[in-house]
Design a protein around this ligand. Structure first.
Ligand code: PMP
Length: 359
């Protein structure tokens, strides 16, 4: 049968080769994945200790309100518990927001290039997608503002932006949110916030009080090293959260996911250590690019988008054969570039040696 609802312009998610497949196909003993911006140091050791002794009744559904996690995050961020929405990763929160707000006849504004799920969900909902090119790697907030009209439902700001890693300054976001009509939701996706070291970037949560149409998204998948558990959270005004909450699935975080997220949150020393190591690792790539006159975007995240001056798919394949899975810019809308997750010092050194062989 053919569905009566026709979704045009949507491709099924294309999973890359798994690490096991890459090992088998290229006959490798070891494969390192630096493709999806996970934390190369894993999660806090306290998470591992907990999982080794966890005593969970697997037959029971999880707490559908993620109460313990909610209390912990609320306390950590100094917001009220009903200012939080928990999702099965930020991916789920992007879906929840899109489904609640977008529909045919409405439009949504985002940068190009940016994180693909904003567009993906807009297409599913049948909304018009208005893409505004980045300006010097940054969100062009003036042009994005000009794209808003009375049919705009959501504006997406990915900060720092994926796949460029670039940061739009706080001051510009503040000016933007002050201008945006109050019935347009501005989503600020801060998936990589823990990696920001730029001291001029101020905590955007404080903007919510004055701007109830601002929704901030964060995740345990990146610096917290818990991507496999799928926990993302959104912080917004009670007015916005109370409209989103009834639209989500009832049990969208598992028992173990809720527990490990609380434990991860409590270990801020681990996050600080990862941030420092990430900064050092980033410098390895910056030095490499500078020495070889390859362009790169200034990254405020745990990945770097760098030029390869040749077909990025071929470089991606060349690295894969040598045991490194990265992301080709072709797949991200930035041909001629590679997006590489910053790994451990050793991983970065090895990858860059292989890259020299390929380039
Ligand atoms: N937003 C951005 C900018 C991301 O890069 C990612 C992960 N690639 C997500 C959201 C989704 O993260 P999660 O694992 O929490 O679903």
């Amino acid at each position: 049968m053919k569905f009566k609802k026709q979704i045009k312009g949507l491709n099924a998610y294309q999973p890359g080769k798994t690490m096991d497949e890459v090992k088998r196909i290229f006959n490798l003993d070891k494969v390192i994945k630096l493709a999806s911006n996970e934390n190369p140091y894993g999660a806090s050791p306290k998470v591992k200790a907990y999982l080794e002794s966890a005593d969970v009744n697997y037959a029971l559904y999880p707490d559908g309100y993620a109460t313990k996690l909610r209390t912990a995050v609320a306390k950590h961020l100094k917001v009220s518990e009903n200012q939080l929405l928990f999702g099965n990763g930020s991916d789920d929160n992007i879906l929840i927001v899109s489904r609640a707000i977008l529909q045919p006849g409405l439009n949504t504004v985002m940068a190009s290039v940016t994180f693909g799920q904003y567009k993906h969900n807009a297409i599913v909902e049948g909304a018009e997608v208005r893409e505004v090119p980045l300006k010097n790697g940054e969100h062009d907030l003036d042009k994005m503002y000009d794209s808003i009209d009375e049919n705009t439902g959501i504006v997406w700001i990915c900060n720092p932006n994926n796949p460029t890693g670039t940061l739009t300054p706080s001051e510009k976001i503040k000016v933007f949110i002050e201008k945006v009509p109050h019935d347009v939701l501005v989503v600020l996706d801060e998936a990589y916030i823990e990696y920001i070291t730029d001291e001029t970037y101020v905590d955007s949560i404080r903007l919510i009080e004055k701007h109830p149409n601002l929704l901030i998204m964060r995740t345990f998948s990146k610096a917290y090293g818990l991507a496999s558990f799928r926990v993302g959270y959104a912080i917004g005004s009670e007015e916005v959260i109370s409209q989103l909450e009834p639209t989500r699935e009832p049990f969208n975080n598992t028992v173990l996911s809720q527990d490990v997220a609380v434990i991860g949150l409590q270990d801020q020393t681990f996050i600080e250590e990862c941030r420092a190591k990430n900064n050092a690792g980033k410098k390895q790539y910056e030095t490499y690019c500078t020495e070889r006159k390859l362009d790169f975007y200034p990254s405020h995240t745990n990945f770097i988008l760098m030029e390869v001056k040749t077909d990025s798919d071929a470089v991606f394949q060349g690295l894969m054969k040598r045991g490194f899975i990265v992301r080709s810019g072709n797949a991200l809308g930035v041909p001629g570039y590679l997006r590489i997750t910053i790994g451990t010092e050793q991983e970065n050194t090895e990858l860059l040696q292989k890259l020299d062989e390929v380039l």
